[in-house]
Structure formats: C-alpha cells, structure tokens
Ligand binder design. Structure first.
Ligand code: GCU
Length: 349
C-alpha cells in the first residue's frame, strides 16, 4: 500500500506497508537508550528562531510523538539553520540523514514543479482560503506523495507563513517604478525569480541565512518576506522600508524523509500521522500573534511601514506569469480550481 493511502485512512488496521519493498538503506534518526529501551530521535531542521511558532510546533511534535510511541521516537528541533540552509537540508532529507524539516514552498518546485501553483503571486484571497486548501488533505494527497519514490520526500502538512511584502534599505515602494533596478532577494526557485522580475526588480535568489549580511553590505537592496522573518532575522535593522505589496501568501511545509517514515512500524506511523493536524494548528495559531509582535518590535527600532501601495499595478504585472504556470498541465489546473473554490468561500476581508 502506498503511503498516501496510509495518511488518508490513518487507520492502523488498513496498513500493510511492505517495509522490505520500501528499501531505504541509510540510517534514520539517532538512537539513544531511553527508559524502557532505545529511542530514535528525529532531527527537525528549521531555518528560523526559537520564537517562531513553527519551532513550538516542532517541539510539540516531539513531545506528542514520544508519548504516543511509548518513548520509541522523539524529535529534536535544530533552529537558526544549524543544519544548513533549506536548499542543502532538503538534499539531506532526501538522502535520509535529516528526518524532518520545515521548508518554504518554492524549494519543492525543484523536485516537482507542480508545487508552483500555491507559490504564485496573489494566489490566495485570504488566510482562511489558504487554510481551507491546506486542510483539504484529499485534494493535496497526490501532490504531497508525488516525490516519495523519486526523492524519498513526504509532505506531512502545510501551514500559513504569513503574507509576503517587499522591503528595502532605500525608500518606500508605492508603484512598480519604485522597484526598478533594485536587487531583491527571493527564494531559490524559477517562479520566485520570474515573479520579482515581473514586478520590476532584479532577482537575487539566495539562502535565507545570507540575506542579513547581503543587505548590510549593499549586495542586496532589499528582499521580500513576511514581517516575522524580516524582523526576527534582524533584517528590519538594515532594510527598514517595509511596503505592503501583499504579493505572496506562501505555505511552509513540514517534510519527513520517506525512508525514515517507512522504517517506523505501522503502529508508530499511525501515531505520528495522527499528531500532524495538532502540529499544523500550533504553527498556524501562533502566526498572527508573532506577526503583531514583530511589527511592534520593528516599529520600536525605527522601521517604516507603507500601506499605500498600488497593489493593482503589481497584480497586473504578474498576471501573465500566473496564467502560464497554472495552464501548464491538468494537475496544476485542478489545484488551481481547488484554490478558486476556497477563494470564493473565503473572500478577502
Ligand atoms: C519564510 C518562510 C521560510 C522561508 C523564508 C525564506 O520565512 O517561513 O520557510 O525559508 O521565508 O524566504 O527563505
């Protein structure tokens, strides 16, 4: 039985995973002698700080997993890129030396380009619409399991990661002309490069951990992100003009190495999968609060917010990109349809 079925049903009795057939030579997790026997500790790579709700969600995952598996499994979260930038870590997850990670959605486009649909500008009309899509496990199931055989990567869940806006060290951005010629950091994927170039800037794809110093030294003029990343990673100190272009609402995904998942017994897999909706909720619930705190802190250090942005002009510039990407194949058209329905049911407020 494919893992997708296991996740969909979540029922222990229906599982008949053939561990032998699944292979997966490399070792997963580090084992340590726990109270009643050995414990496998999954490494969860995270590129942000301990204040972020995804960190709390990762810690909760470990605690709940330990309890649900009678101590056979736990999780250790490594924040602040301790295990490397996302583009490198995902390779290690694929080869099984890292078991879990939070990843920005565009990074997955390099493994299956159909992930692009949710990463296109102005895709979701509201946080609620995005939430409805990310809760639709049936619609997402084929996508989430699409790179298990080829890359040994399983998507466990997707969460809200705020709305992304542009910020820079020069001046507020009101119209596309204000972005002209600016070097703006984007995440490492074709869609993100094409997006920022359509908006008028010069794209500079870069690992998140390198952004602060690139802004500080002037290698970059700016970047685009949610308020929490901008402030928590201190970019608000060196690029203080934050302008509400509202161009993206990207999910972050919690990934597990398929090899590591398949090494767990059917019972332990079921225990893990049952915890995931709670983990998703912790990450989502904490985000709005963290955003508010980030805005307060950035304001206190002199950052400037600009809400007077010609969003319609930016939207018009990226529309051809959205259309060409969505119409590329049937899978994307179907995913787009799911988004459209969620948008209709959850319009912008
Ligand atoms: C957000 C997102 C991260 C991502 C980062 C980035 O913070 O939550 O997953 O890595 O943006 O732009 O690199």
């Amino acid at each position: 039985m494919k893992l997708s079925k296991v996740i969909l049903t979540g029922a222990v009795g229906l599982m008949s995973l053939s561990l032998a057939a699944c292979g997966g030579g490399s070792s997963s997790g580090s084992s340590s002698a726990g109270g009643g026997g050995s414990q496998t500790v999954f490494k969860l790579a995270f590129n942000q700080t301990e204040d972020h709700p995804q960190y709390a969600a990762g810690v909760a995952l470990g605690e709940k997993l330990e309890e649900a598996t009678d101590g056979r499994y736990s999780v250790k979260v490594y924040p602040n890129e301790q295990l490397g930038g996302q583009a490198d870590v995902i390779q290690n997850l694929s080869n099984g030396t890292v078991e879990l990670m939070w990843v920005g959605a565009p990074v997955l486009e390099g493994f299956n380009s159909d992930f692009v649909v949710f990463n296109l500008p102005y895709m979701f009309d509201s946080t609620e619409a995005q939430g409805a899509v990310l809760s639709d496990t049936e619609a997402l199931d084929p996508l989430y399991h699409s790179i298990e055989d080829s890359k040994s990567i399983t998507v466990l869940t997707g969460v809200n990661a705020g709305t992304r806006n542009v910020y820079n060290s020069k001046h507020p951005v009101v119209t596309p002309a204000d972005l002209q010629g600016m070097k703006i950091r984007v995440q490492q994927s074709d869609s993100q490069v094409a997006m920022i170039e359509a908006m008028g800037a010069i794209a500079s794809p870069m690992n998140q951990g390198d952004v602060y110093s690139a802004l500080q030294t002037g290698v970059l003029d700016g970047a685009e992100n949610n308020e929490v990343t901008w402030d928590a990673l201190k970019q608000s100190e060196v690029a203080k003009y934050y302008s509400y272009t509202k161009h993206l609402m990207l999910p972050d995904y919690l990934l597990i190495s398929t090899k590591a998942l398949e090494k767990m017994s059917d019972e332990d897999q079921a225990a893990l999968l049952e915890i995931i909706p709670e983990v998703q909720k912790i990450a989502n619930d904490g985000f709005a609060d963290f955003t508010e705190k980030s805005i307060e802190h950035a304001t206190s250090i002199g950052a400037q917010f600009n809400d007077d942005v010609d969003v319609a002009a930016f939207k018009a510039l990226v529309q051809p990109l959205v259309e060409s990407n969505v119409n590329e194949n049937e899978t994307r058209k179907q995913l787009y349809q799911v988004v459209q329905e969620a948008n209709a049911a959850n319009p912008a407020k």
